[in-house]
Design a protein around this ligand. Structure first.
Ligand code: LFR
Length: 483
């Protein structure tokens, strides 16, 4: 039986998971789990990239301890953030997090030189204040000049493991530097940033082989012998691969730290409506496009939970929310003021006070305010997605950690008036493994992978409960007036 290891690192935690396929059923075993987060230094926010690398090594050691001698391995992480590497292969500087305020006014400044419409026509990528393009625009020019290579985080981790530097395309597309038409880094945008094409590694597709784990790592840490395979290294691309969908007319909501809502397409869509509504065309595996939009997701509740000193589990917060008065106060979840406030609970309360709404006091009231607002924003965006693509959706698949939140799933189904299929929670890991299994020839294609996932993991269906249309219209108007 082949062993496949998925290293999946999100903004709040990372995992090393072993996947195996037997009789058409995919089984997962968690080998290692670790914390991730950003740390502040003098007003800037960074990831601890050395720690993440060490955790991968720990995971591989444990894999060996549980009897794995050979395997393949792929890494996926969040997008847009990068590591600078000098001519000797050494890292230059710390790795900025996309939540670092350094890019607060970068887009406005850059758009004075190249209007957003032009950027969008070139790249098809939505405007997020932290896209790599804007981060590089404000990055220390001396460091950039010294950088022989600029690698996105999972590419860098693959490089540290194997010595092979490649730029995997699903994540590369989130830089807002890839030209949608040529498929390569755009020369005009590189010129604007004062960068050279050869500072970015060669672009490769998910499934590309990246060589073996370096022998010296295997020897010094007693690791299994692993062939590295580029996963769809952007976690959202892996999550979309892991959606257990069949047929057509389905949308997805990848629900983790972020909520990513969209559809899988065979061609990009860069119409005026798509641009104005800020939809992105990130590259998916097998030539697909992820036509989606970012919404602030579980980050809101994760921060609030932390501020409550982790006194309640997420399930408890959802339970308390369900007992609180509905739709009492709402926040525009996607507003930049919730991107990285010094204190999320305060930011929510101040917003409610400033807009003349009741100020949520208890943990249940704060959680209710978050979940009501999230469900309303999902509803609005699904309708918008249908309008922009001109294609009505029949089902919404919610995957990722948020698919466990029964309260939010049911509320979303109700407000959407649409069937919601929830699960699996591990869609990102499953998408990562699927690419490796396809590369190894154990699975034929992505539809087969999705069928296997559907047969292997539970999925819960939420039927929409009737909602008074006048009340819904009033709620929508209230929500929209806050945005
Ligand atoms: C989700 C995600 C989103 C990306 C955001 C920042 O984990 O990868 O797709 O926009 O994080 O990188």
């Amino acid at each position: 039986m082949n062993n496949y290891l998925a290293v999946d690192i999100g903004a709040s935690s990372g995992r090393v998971i072993l996947g195996r396929l037997a009789d058409g059923i995919l089984k997962l075993q968690e080998i290692h789990r670790f914390h991730n987060g950003i740390t502040e230094k003098e007003g800037h926010f960074y990831w601890d990239i050395e720690q993440l690398f060490e955790e991968i090594i720990q995971g591989l050691k444990r894999a060996k301890e549980v009897g794995i001698d050979t395997c393949t391995l792929g890494v996926d992480t969040w997008a847009v953030d990068y590591v600078l590497v000098d001519g000797r292969g050494e890292r230059i500087g710390d790795v900025h997090s996309y939540r670092d305020p350094r890019t607060n006014d970068a887009a406005a400044r850059l758009h004075r030189m190249v209007p957003f419409a032009e950027l969008y026509a070139k790249t098809g990528i939505q405007q997020l204040s932290f896209n790599t393009l804007y981060q590089l625009f404000v990055h220390d020019p001396q460091q950039l000049t010294a950088a022989e290579q600029i690698m996105l985080v999972p590419d860098y981790l693959h490089y540290r493991l194997s010595g092979t530097a490649k730029s995997e395309v699903t994540n590369a597309s989130t830089t807002q530097l890839l030209n949608l038409h040529t498929g390569d880094y755009d020369p005009d945008l590189l010129r604007l940033l004062g960068l050279r094409r050869n500072q970015f590694p060669e672009l490769v597709q998910p499934g590309c082989r990246l060589g073996q784990i370096r022998e010296e790592l295997v020897q010094s840490h007693q690791l299994p012998r692993c062939g590295l395979i580029a996963a769809a290294t952007h976690d959202t691309a892996s999550a979309v691969l892991g959606v257990p969908a069949r047929g057509k007319a389905w949308g997805y909501l990848s629900s983790g730290t972020w909520s990513l809502i969209g559809v899988e397409r065979q061609q990009p869509l860069t119409s005026e409506a798509a641009r104005e509504s800020n939809y992105t065309n990130e590259r998916g595996a097998f030539g697909t496009y992820r036509f989606l939009k970012n919404m602030m997701g579980m980050w809101l509740i994760q921060e609030v939970r932390k501020e409550l000193n982790d006194a309640y589990s997420f399930a408890e917060l959802a339970e308390m929310a369900s007992a609180a008065e509905p739709f009492r106060s709402l926040i525009p979840c996607n507003d930049d003021r919730f991107l990285n406030p010094p204190n999320m609970t305060d930011a929510i309360r101040s917003f409610c006070a400033a807009t003349g709404q009741p100020v949520p006091a208890s943990a249940g009231e704060i959680s209710r305010c978050i979940f009501d607002s999230m469900a309303l924003s999902y509803g609005g965006y699904v309708r918008e997605l249908e309008r922009v693509t001109g294609e009505p959706l029949k089902q919404l698949y919610i995957v990722g950690g948020g698919s466990n939140n029964e309260f939010l799933c049911q509320l979303s189904a109700d407000l959407l008036g649409m069937e919601v299929y929830a699960g699996p929670t591990e869609s990102t890991v499953l998408g990562n493994l699927a690419i490796q299994m396809i590369a190894e020839g154990e699975i034929g294609d992505i539809q087969e992978a999705r069928d296997i996932i559907r047969n292997s993991f539970p999925m819960r269906i939420y039927e929409p409960r009737p909602v008074d249309p006048a009340m819904l219209a009033e709620l929508r108007a209230r929500y929209d007036s806050l945005c």
